[in-house]
Design a protein around this ligand. Structure first.
Ligand code: PBG
Length: 333
């Protein structure tokens, strides 16, 4: 029925009717907080390219976890930022059962058993070359040898108490390798969050500063294993394989520039679909807000709502604590 019988502005006129017709509501329970863990005690290190985000020692991490629990954020995704002294060509510190990353999980699980813990599985923070896997004499990242290392790393994390292991490396077959290793060791309920459609994106720059892999990576890039930013069909093939190999949830990464991928993945597979709002997305929003060019609160909540609208069941974001606070405040207004 054309105008004037149909006036779409009628429903937009008042807050109550806008609320009634709203399709997507962002909740704290959609969010996963992301944090970087460092050795030592009572220390927080700022990350220049990620203002407002810090690397924290385990005792400080416990405070951050308490905030997550208080705000209704269901899970925390951790990344290590180990000192140069433990880095090796094969990244073997990654599966050391007593490294700071496993100690973090044990401490968190003891104090906050209800808070889900997601461990990053990739070698880049631990290697002298900053690549996610093992390299051969030519510098090529070896697929199958890397999978053996990743399975050891995932197993060490499962043993330390991580609820989810999250391979972010993009080797072929690594989900199957990890699943087999977990089953063999009796960790049948450890979930795998597969970074299935992870693109060779320029938006990871600040993260590489945060975990300290940027300098080691130097002029190197990750184009021989992460996906070409121009592709979408390939993302579906990656997701299909990861689900077949035993992934419990799949991830699309980055977030905002990749919402077409999120929608296709969710529609095609209907699997739990996570989206990572990455460090570069965080940095852009922060920088614009700090310059007074964007309203931080409104633009962050908009970006997160749009990611959910595109089909995300959960969103990994450095804004999780702030966003959850803002959502609470909005509700009580
Ligand atoms: C590496 C890894 C990266 C991110 C998560 N895991 C960067 C990369 O692939 O170089 C990026 C996260 C972010 O930018 O916030 N295993």
């Amino acid at each position: 029925m054309p105008y004037p019988a149909t006036r779409l502005r009628r429903m937009r006129r008042d807050a109550f009717s806008r609320a009634l017709m709203r399709e997507t509501t962002l909740l704290p329970s959609d969010l996963v907080m992301v944090a970087f863990v460092i050795n030592g005690e009572a220390r927080r290190e700022p990350i220049a390219s990620m203002p407002g985000t810090e690397r924290v020692t385990v005792d400080e991490l416990l405070k951050l976890a308490a905030e997550c629990v208080r705000l209704g954020i269901p899970a925390l995704a951790l990344f290590p930022s180990p000192p140069a002294s433990v880095k090796t060509e094969d990244g073997c510190e990654a599966w050391n059962p007593d490294n700071v990353f496993q100690r973090a999980a044990r401490a968190l699980k003891q104090q906050f058993p209800q808070l889900g813990l997601i461990g990053d599985v990739a070698l880049d923070p631990y290697t002298t070359h900053g690549q996610d896997g093992l390299i051969d004499a030519t510098g090529y990242i070896m697929n199958d040898a890397t999978n053996v290392a990743l399975a050891k790393m995932a197993l060490a994390q499962a043993q330390a108490g991580y609820d989810f292991v999250a391979p972010s490396d993009m080797m072929d077959g690594r989900i199957g390798a990890i699943r087999t290793a977990l089953e063999a060791a009796g960790h049948v309920n450890t979930r795998i969050l597969a970074y299935s459609a992870k693109y060779a994106s320029s938006f990871y720059g600040p993260f590489r500063d945060a975990v300290g892999s940027a300098a080691n990576l130097g002029k190197g890039d990750k184009h021989t294993y992460q996906m070409d930013v121009a592709n979408t069909d390939e993302a579906l093939r990656e997701v299909e394989l990861d689900l077949a190999e035993g992934a419990d949830a799949v991830m699309v990464k980055p977030g905002l520039p990749y919402l077409d991928i999120v929608r296709r993945v969710k529609d095609r597979f209907g699997a739990p679909t996570f989206v990572y709002q990455v460090s570069g997305e965080y940095a852009m929003l922060k920088a614009a807000a700090q310059n007074g060019w964007l309203d931080e609160r409104a633009s962050v909540l908009e970006a997160l709502t749009c990611i959910k609208r595109a089909g995300a069941d959960a969103i990994l974001t450095y804004f999780a604590l702030d966003a959850a606070k803002w959502l609470q405040e909005n509700r009580s207004r």
